[in-house]
Write a protein that binds this ligand. Structure first.
Ligand code: PLP
Length: 382
């Protein structure tokens, strides 16, 4: 399928008609187990933790969308990151972007570090800092770009070059961009991670995650993780993500258009400080965004001055919903310090640059004029 363009892939990769009935939608295979054809022989599936026909279709689609060797669907984005770090052993060193989703930091700081894995947070926007942090035992560099919520970019190609020169692999959390707007594997990374909860599902009606590997060794490892650790995506969730993927190119176009319009509006508003949106020329890494992304997406954040101002804004919005998460059709606004980064200590948040007034926006696919009017009236309450 790799000869096809993106929207064709989104509709057709992994989504061919059911060979048994011709159904144009991937059937839901709600079966935990499969009849074997003999002793040690089967029709391709034996037990759904190891593999399920509906999940296989989604995994094929994910691999095609990211240009990878294999896709692996997990029960959440966090389960996918948990699967990723099973590549590491006690004594290994992991470099992670400093401005990373709070849940990723919670997993690393409260669970993974107890397995003897050394975790170091580095400003991955600075390739020299990444190079300087590499140790003889560094095995993986995990990058989130753009980052959450400050929209800091890391140069995937440059980091991959530095890492590969030392035999280190690079994984990229591509959740904020979706496979449509950024192709980390094509830029040189080794593994892509997604919270499918966001743009891939796109309708805020499920939780899921994915890893897309680029080598047969990744496939072997992540299949083992799915079978041995068991954090697999359910067939129903796979069905929802497959359904979401079909309209993802259209949704992303609208997300993008609205994102640009809202960012332009906010960029001149006197009550909005430190607006972070890579599509604005004023973003310090706008050139890198143009180089490595295929669009600017619809995520942004800004500082409203104080926690009280953020609370007033979130209390006044009418179309935007005061809710965590992103990438769904509806616009959301959230207070970073008490939601996505609630598990990060106040001192660490200061170090990360996440102020008490920081509000993150996920721009949905509503009419942009309505969204701007809603922001206008909510900012008037600040
Ligand atoms: C960038 C990023 N990565 C990973 C996750 C975790 O995904 P999930 O909530 O599906 O476990 C999130 C969730 O918000 C996220 O924003």
């Amino acid at each position: 399928m790799s000869q096809y363009r993106y929207s064709t892939l989104a509709v057709h990769a992994g989504q061919h008609p059911d060979p048994l009935t011709g159904a144009v939608n991937v059937p839901l295979y709600l079966s935990s187990t499969f009849e074997l054809t003999g002793v040690g022989t089967d029709r391709g599936w034996d037990y759904s933790r190891a593999g399920n026909p509906t999940r296989d279709r989604l995994e094929t689609a994910l691999a095609a969308l990211e240009g990878g060797h294999s896709g692996h669907a997990f029960t959440s984005g966090m389960a996918a990151i948990s699967g990723l770090v099973t590549m590491l052993r006690a004594g290994d060193h992991l470099i992670c972007s400093r401005d990373v989703y709070g849940g990723t930091a919670r997993l690393f700081n409260q669970i993974v570090c107890h397995y003897g894995i050394e975790i170091e947070y580095v400003d991955t926007a600075n390739v020299d800092a990444v190079a300087a942090a590499i140790k003889p035992n560094t095995k993986l560099i995990h990058v989130e770009t753009p980052s959450n919520p400050l929209m800091v970019l890391s140069d995937i190609a440059a980091i991959s070059e530095v890492a590969h020169a030392k035999g280190i692999e690079v994984s990229v959390d591509n959740t904020f961009m979706s496979p449509m707007l950024q192709s980390p594997l094509a830029l040189g990374a080794d593994i892509v991670m997604h919270s499918t909860t966001k743009y891939l599902n796109g309708h805020s009606d499920g939780i899921g995650g994915a890893l897309i590997g680029s080598t047969p060794e990744h496939k072997e490892r992540f299949c083992l993780v799915q079978k041995a650790a068991g954090g697999i995506m359910s067939p129903f969730e796979c069905f929802l993500v497959l359904r979401g993927i079909k309209t993802m190119p259209l949704r992303i176009k609208q997300h993008e258009e609205n994102g640009r319009a809202v960012a332009e509006y906010l960029s001149t508003h006197p009550k909005v400080n430190l607006l972070a949106y890579p599509g604005l020329k004023s973003h310090p890494q706008h050139d890198l965004a143009v180089k490595q992304q295929k669009g600017f997406g619809s995520m942004m954040s800004c500082d409203l001055g104080s926690r009280e101002a953020a609370a007033r804004f979130l209390g006044a919005i009418k179309i935007f919903l005061n809710a965590e998460s992103l990438g769904g059709v509806e616009s959301l606004a959230s207070h970073s310090a008490t939601t996505t980064h609630g598990s990060v200590s106040a001192e660490e948040r200061v170090l990360m640059g996440i102020s008490e007034g920081r509000v993150r926006l996920s721009i949905g696919i509503e009419d942009k004029e309505d969204l701007i009017e809603d922001l206008e009236q909510a900012l008037a309450a600040v």
